[in-house]
Design a protein around this ligand. Sequence first.
Ligand SMILES: [Zn+2]
Length: 221
Amino acid sequence: MKCPHCQVEINPDFKEYYIGGYENEMFYSVFYMRCQNPKCKSPIITLGKSKQADRGTGMLYGSSITYQQIYPIGSNRAPAPVEVESKFAEDYNEACFVLPFSPKASAALSRRCLQNIIRLKEGIRERNLKTEIDKLIATNKLPSYISDNLEIIRGFGNIAAHGMEDQVSGEILDVEPNEAEFLLDVLELLFDLYFVQAAKAAKMKAALNQKLTSAGQKPIP
Ligand SMILES: [Zn+2]
């Protein structure tokens, strides 16, 4: 598993603390560990519940067992890369944060973030998000692994039906199962393309131009 604090790969080494059974006929345990990364060492706390528990050993078992991370709060996704401008990064980070509590709120933030990328980075501004995605795909500028995924997003029921029209901005659309998470995955790809790779390319060009200039040659425009 990845540590939700530092995103480094760690061994899930949880200790179980049995709390007991409650009125809803579920049994509860708290699971606790510290990240093994010496630079992090942060605590990770999960609440487990199950219909079955062994009171002798104080352990949950059974197929009904579920876990919910209670510390740190939020999803396990890494924040937006530092290269991403704050007006995009803020919506994305907040969409990650609220994901476990409200996929609908998360998807609303992600859709707005996606729309802002299309409008501000590509200058495509249409009546609704669906048409904007269509136009972006039609530019043929995107690698296929991104345009294929954008086609999936465009096909999600509520974007296809209502499309986030400007006239009803602020409307919270329903969300399909996995849609909220998938939107975040695609935003991650777009961040990489529009910000991380772009910054890398600009850095390479600057280094080359410095070499050219110091050799008395004309820099690349
Ligand atoms: Zn860590």
